[in-house]
Design a protein around this ligand. Structure first.
Ligand code: PRT
Length: 108
């Protein structure tokens, strides 16, 4: 299965902002502020996504989800995680029931 091209494109754009001008690039500003701030933004966007899921509209949930994905990609880029690393983990889980996987962890 092909990888999500839009996420790969966005990740490449994000990487290109490393060391960039914080006054002209939001991504460069996030890198400049550091991993703790980026992680905090992921947490905030996750909470906003949850709020829209419970009390908002599908359109607002989609918009908050996009903010969350963007900030998660910035976090990956800062921490040296490639999207392909995550895709490989998801691929490896295909066909494995989440319940079975949890039971195997409990038994181990
Ligand atoms: N997808 C996004 C994207 N999603 C959200 N955001 C920005 O994330 C910011 C979130 O705003 P908040 O007020 O929550 O956060 P904040 O301004 O950091 O404020 P504080 O939390 O620090 O108080 C907004 O400025 C949004 O514009 C994004 N900024 C950039 N991108 C993509 O990244 C590309 C490169 O952007 P630049 O690095 O700015 O050139 C863009 O072309 C887009 O494709």
């Amino acid at each position: 299965m092909s990888s999500p091209a839009i996420l790969d494109d966005l990740y490449a754009t994000i990487l290109s902002r490393k060391g960039g001008d914080p006054d002209s690039s939001h991504t460069a500003r996030l890198f400049h502020k550091g991993r703790a701030k980026i992680a905090q933004k992921v947490g905030e966007e996750a909470v906003e996504t949850v709020i829209e899921a419970i009390a908002g509209t599908p359109e607002k949930l989609a918009s908050e989800s996009a903010d969350l994905l963007y900030h998660l990609l910035v976090l990956w880029a800062d921490a040296g995680v490639q999207p392909a690393d995550v895709y490989a983990i998801l691929e490896g889980r295909k066909g494995v029931s989440g319940i079975e996987e949890k039971n195997s962890r409990t038994r181990a």
